[in-house]
Design a protein around this ligand. Structure first.
Ligand code: ATP
Ligand code: MG
Length: 200
């Protein structure tokens, strides 16, 4: 048997609030896919985030993620976190994706800021069995992976994009453009549905 025949599909899992999805998310996913030779990246919008402010309706966040990823044949979007009730924990996301894709080798993609909190995550010991973790560098967020298993967590520098969803929401609420910070279809989606007009 050749290597090609035995190779397990390599699948990235990119969790996020995606409120809204922006080019920082897309570049990060694309760079990790390139570097780790991934066949697919599944974007997973969170249900009810457990440590965040009130977020935009899940269906809007899901649809913006679909719009943003539609043109890339290797990018897909999963509803697993939206369909589970209660707060979203990474362990549950990975268990659900593992059930759907038992053959795949999973790579959880996250910003360095989120990975730094990994030791506080629910059922942390089980996480390492489910996926490898790739921490992407992000402007202003240095990665400290001391205390994390070296085999399971790696970091990758991506072109620095100082874009955050918080800034995008803030700009929309102040009447400033978000063109080129988010994909064109997302600019139009935000405008069509009057999202982020008044931000608290
Ligand atoms: P918010 O400002 O509301 O916190 P965000 O821009 O951080 O939103 P999230 O949906 O919270 O977006 O992020 C999902 C994942 O993408 C996180 O792991 C986060 O660290 C990562 N990420 C967000 N923005 C960037 C960026 N510009 N470059 C690299 N990674 C990013
Ligand atoms: Mg964030």
């Amino acid at each position: 048997m050749t290597d090609v025949a035995t190779r397990r599909p390599r699948v990235g899992v990119m969790g996020g609030t995606f409120d809204p999805i922006h080019h920082g998310h897309l570049v990060a996913a694309s760079e990790v896919a390139q570097h780790h030779d991934l066949d697919e990246v599944i974007f997973v919008p969170t249900g009810e985030p457990w440590m965040k402010r009130t977020v935009t309706d899940a269906e809007h966040r899901y649809l913006m993620t679909v719009v943003a990823t539609a043109s890339n044949p290797r990018f897909t979007v999963s509803r697993v976190d939206l369909e589970r009730s209660g707060p979203t924990y990474t362990i549950d996301t990975l268990r659900d994706i593992r059930t759907q894709r038992p053959d795949a080798e999973l790579f959880f993609i996250s910003g360095a800021d989120a990975i730094a909190q990994i030791l506080e995550w629910k059922d942390v010991d089980e996480l390492w069995d489910l996926a490898r973790f790739v921490a992407v560098s992000r402007p202003g967020h240095a990665l400290s992976i001391s205390g994390l298993p070296e085999r399971s967590v790696s970091s990758l520098e991506v072109p620095a994009l100082a874009i955050s969803s918080t800034d995008c929401r803030d700009r929309v609420s102040r009447g400033l453009p978000v063109w080129y910070l988010v994909p064109d279809g997302v600019v139009q989606y935000i405008s069509k549905h009057h999202l982020y007009r008044s931000q608290t």
